[in-house]
Design a protein around this ligand. Structure first.
Ligand SMILES: [Zn+2]
Ligand SMILES: [Zn+2]
Length: 348
């Protein structure tokens, strides 16, 4: 066990190179994890194909949604044993800053995201600080555990942590790709009232209805705010989640809000969104919130929901690829529109 295969980014827009590299050694407080599954997401497309999210250094092994088995323990790595099934928080958070101490790991001052600032999980092995690991319950398979670390926990954080969804409240989801699809499932699990899906892709809207959305709106064909009023006869929804990261969709999320409505922006981008006229925004006591990633507790609690049979993600992994086909996997994800929810790579 001295060499392993890893999918490495040299330059955005070029295929990743699957090449032999030394197996990393876990440092003090770290563990070595044999990766069983690593999820891909839109962030990987930004990194590998579009190049609009920078990486700290090249070459770098991509992959920030990893789950596997502990293969070795570094000096002083506490709380885990060789053979334990674990998922990795998507970033190596420091565990010491005020945000980490408060359980807000997504905001860690010294966070190193896998595949951006530190080698990621698209390899046979990855090292991680032991304090960033989450134990996987027996009933949760590795591929599901991997996608929960980001693709499911990100919308959960937006709904629970930031939006503070209460049972019976209505939810609109703007952008029903991987994150939006899971947002619909999670809103349902959390006892939301009416759930509205907004997208421009027919397949995404059909899938949303299939998963329990009460209303699907094709934003290219009708005005979402008017359609919601016509369907429910209220001022608008209680929570609107935005997953696209564009000005137009952010403004849609604001326009569909009712009184005391909260718009939660999850999608990131360089565009600038405009608030509604202040007389409307203030008069309806609305809020705009940013929601960045997830905290460790979001992942832990989701594992418990899955283990308890309250959340069925068996349809969420749309395709699996071996590490040798990483570029085909990225290509499939980048093309979209093929009913893809989430793609998983299995490096071991
Ligand atoms: Zn991701
Ligand atoms: Zn920290």
């Amino acid at each position: 066990m001295s060499e392993m295969l890893a999918a490495r980014l040299y330059e955005a827009g070029q295929p990743l190179k699957v090449e032999s590299v030394p197996v990393p050694k876990p440092g003090p407080g770290e563990v070595l994890v044999e990766v069983a599954a690593c999820g891909l997401c839109g962030t990987d497309i930004h990194l590998a194909v579009e190049g609009d999210i920078p990486v700290a250094h090249t070459p770098i092994t991509l992959g920030h949604e990893s789950a596997g088995t502990i293969a070795a323990l570094g000096e002083g790595a506490a709380g885990f044993a060789i053979g334990d099934r674990v998922a990795l928080f998507p970033a190596a958070s420091c565990g010491e800053c005020s945000y980490c101490m408060a359980g807000r790991e997504s905001l860690c001052d010294r966070s190193k995201v896998y595949g951006m600032a530190r080698d990621g999980g698209l390899a046979k092995y990855i090292t991680a600080p032991a304090h960033t690991l989450i134990r996987i319950p027996d009933g949760v398979p590795f591929d599901i555990a991997a996608i929960v670390t980001d693709g499911v926990s990100t919308p959960f954080h937006a709904l629970r942590g930031r939006g503070q969804l209460q049972p019976g409240e209505s939810v609109a989801v703007v952008g029903c790709g991987g994150l939006g699809t899971h947002a619909i499932m999670l809103a349902k699990m959390m006892g939301a009232g009416k759930i509205v899906a907004i997208d421009v892709q027919k397949q995404a809207l059909e899938r949303a209805l299939d998963l329990g959305a009460d209303l699907a709106i094709d934003a290219a064909a009708e005005d979402p705010a008017k359609a919601i009023k016509a369907a429910f006869g209220r001022s608008g929804v209680d929570i609107a989640l935005e997953f696209v990261g564009a000005a137009k969709t952010a403004e849609t999320a604001l326009r569909v809000l009712g009184k005391t409505g909260r718009a939660v922006f999850v999608g990131v981008g360089m565009e600038r969104a405009t608030l509604p006229p202040l007389i409307r925004f203030v008069g309806m006591e609305q809020s705009v919130l940013g929601s960045f990633g997830m905290d460790k507790a979001d992942i832990e609690d989701l594992f418990a929901h899955i283990e308890a049979g309250e959340l069925d993600l068996s349809r969420s992994v749309s395709a699996k690829f071996p590490l040798s086909e990483i570029n085909e996997a990225l290509g499939t994800l980048a093309r979209k529109g093929e009913g893809i929810v989430r793609i998983v790579v299995e490096p071991s």
